[in-house]
Ligand binder design. Sequence first.
Ligand SMILES: Nc1nc2c(ncn2[C@@H]2O[C@H](COP(=O)(O)OP(=O)(O)OP(=O)(O)O)[C@@H](O)[C@H]2O)c(=O)[nH]1
Ligand SMILES: [Mg+2]
Length: 433
Amino acid sequence: MRIALLGAPKSGKTVYWSALFHAFQDEITIPPLTPKIKQQYREMNINKKVGFRIDITNKWLEKQLAYNSHMLDAQPITKWPDPTMDLDNLTADIKFDFVELDFDSSRSTYTNRVNSYTRTIEVDDPPGGLFNDTVHSIGHINRLRQADAAIVFLPMDAILKAITKTELDLEDIKQFNIDAALKGIKKVLEDVRAKNKYDDTFPCCFIISKSDECKAEDFPQVEDFLYNQDYGFINLISKEYPDMIICVCPTGILNPDTGNFQALNLEWPFLFAAAATIFRNHYDWMEKSEQDKRIARRYDNEAENSAKKAKKHSDKAQYYARKARELASRNLFARGWAFLARGESVRRYRQDELLFHRRANDHRSEADEKLETAKSYRNAAGRKINFANDDKQLAFDTWSSLSAEGAHRKIRIMVAGNMIEDFVDNIKSKMKR
Ligand SMILES: Nc1nc2c(ncn2[C@@H]2O[C@H](COP(=O)(O)OP(=O)(O)OP(=O)(O)O)[C@@H](O)[C@H]2O)c(=O)[nH]1
Ligand SMILES: [Mg+2]
């Protein structure tokens, strides 16, 4: 379950992940559900809240991120995370909690915890130079190609420059030119999609990073730049890649008035992409469970063959038993004649009976063993189906929360150039082959 962060140099990749860690490392952050907040949620049609906590499992990176967090704690922020630092191969355990917002009168409480899940997710934060041809690293590219979902960074400062047609200085052209960067990003995206073993819609989130740099009055212009039916930046991409489900989310980490840390929408791009990797993981479980079922069927067949052999041998044993009985019942002269003429003897028939009886028993226990093995494979398949269902449920719960809250946070979902309202239903039909 891997998320790739794609974006030109200085587009905000490392700061985003550092800030996400900063905001969600300690506890599951579901705001206190006071009656007032609950009323607001009700008006916004939100009836389930998702919270999560991030545990970085790579200790060295955890230290780095803790150091970055420390910089983000300064009031105001004056130093930024080291721009040369890449959070490669970052592995994190994510604990998700979903809380239903119905008032429980028996317990006089507003919340009852409904579901908790933990999943391990990998994130790749490569150097942005990879996307504007200033860094060449096949190792990075290969890792990105294994991603199940991508987060692409479009920095607000670059968008504002594009809108106001401000002359880009040389440094900007090198670092922020969206079109140039996007070319590199598209190359990687196409690689990732070409390797798409699931043959489904590819989930991709566009983060409009540094959105705190946009004044409220400029936002309509930014929206036009992104979503205009004819020339909107995201619209064009969405039309170019109709099989991609695109989430667009403005994020920021600064309070523009104070310069202090203030998280804007940090959780949603991550949740969108994490849910996507989890959803895709459910295909893997289903595939593995089908494999187990196939093996179980093979053992069933083998058991049936063994049982057939057992039956054949047991019939033979009975045949020799009958022959022995028949011969034994005849007189001495006839028995002697049978021995001399045809080599028949009661002793020999009894030996043959015993031999086939033993063989029948061997085949019977072979059949039992194979049935037992088939059963354990079927049980394993059942467990994998449960894991798959859990993954699917978690993904849909997460996306449902995103769908309900996103509408109030300038988050949009697009497929083939169209805004999608009923995000989860749409994804349900789109994601499956
Ligand atoms: N105002 C504002 N500035 C930001 C924000 N995020 C990043 N920046 C600025 O953008 C700079 C670059 O951010 P990084 O996260 O290092 O960029 P990157 O994409 O990791 O860059 P490379 O690693 O070089 O590819 C930071 O040093 C900050 O100055 C944000 O949310 N708001
Ligand atoms: Mg970086």
